[in-house]
Design a protein around this ligand. Structure first.
Ligand SMILES: Cc1cc2nc3c(=O)[nH]c(=O)nc-3n(C[C@H](O)[C@H](O)[C@H](O)COP(=O)(O)O)c2cc1C
Length: 182
């Protein structure tokens, strides 16, 4: 029997979602499946969704939404996405916040799924980070203000990671369950 091949596609701006996607890919690969990781903004030439038995997409939130590039990618591949087992993890600062903020992180996901018509079996909101060292001057200043108001780290001399790697592992475990319960 051929080994199932799983696509892990990610959409990142500062790099945290890439890091989580790579972790997800490593865990899935260790379970004996073949994986391919792609950046949705720079897919390999002649990339096609055909041939993948399951698909995971990870993407981050900026200004209360997922990116236009992600929306376009999901809409372009909607038939395939809804035809095979698929999972979605959304990365944000809200996912690292209070109960109200975590609810908001969930709403970003639901709004995106309604907008695109995608119906992933497994969904998760995962905490991202404050990658001050990757921001330009203005973005660093703005994010420091937002972080201060939200009780998050304001030391801009380094990056701050809030990602709960156990939560990422749980997402993978649910995704790999044969019947994929949400
Ligand atoms: C300019 C900017 C705007 C952001 N807006 C939001 C937001 O509206 N809600 C939120 O929960 N997180 C927000 N974040 C936090 C990001 O989701 C978080 O930094 C995440 O780790 C980014 O992932 P990435 O590095 O894969 O792009 C914002 C971050 C930046 C830099």
């Amino acid at each position: 029997m051929q080994m199932p091949t799983i696509l892990i596609a990610y959409d990142t701006t500062e790099g945290q979602t890439r890091k989580i996607a790579q972790h997800v890919a490593d865990v899935i690969a260790r379970s004996g499946r073949k994986v391919q990781v792609i950046d949705i903004r720079r897919p390999p030439t002649s990339f096609t969704m055909d041939g993948f038995d399951a698909i995971v997409i990870g993407a981050s939130i900026h200004m209360s939404k997922h990116s236009r590039q992600l929306t376009e990618f999901v809409r372009r591949h909607i038939a395939r996405l809804n035809a095979v087992p698929s999972g979605f993890f959304s990365v944000s600062l809200s996912a690292a916040g209070s109960e109200k903020e975590r609810e908001e992180a969930g709403r970003f996901v639901e709004e995106f799924l309604i907008q695109t018509g995608w119906n992933p079996a497994i969904k998760a909101t995962l905490a991202g980070g404050l990658l001050y060292r990757e921001y330009g001057f203005l973005k660093r200043w703005m994010m420091k203000k937002i972080a201060g108001n939200g009780g998050k780290d304001t030391d801009t001399s380094r990056n701050h990671e809030y990602t709960d790697w156990n939560a990422a592992d749980q997402f993978v475990a649910r995704f790999l369950e044969p019947q994929g319960k949400s």
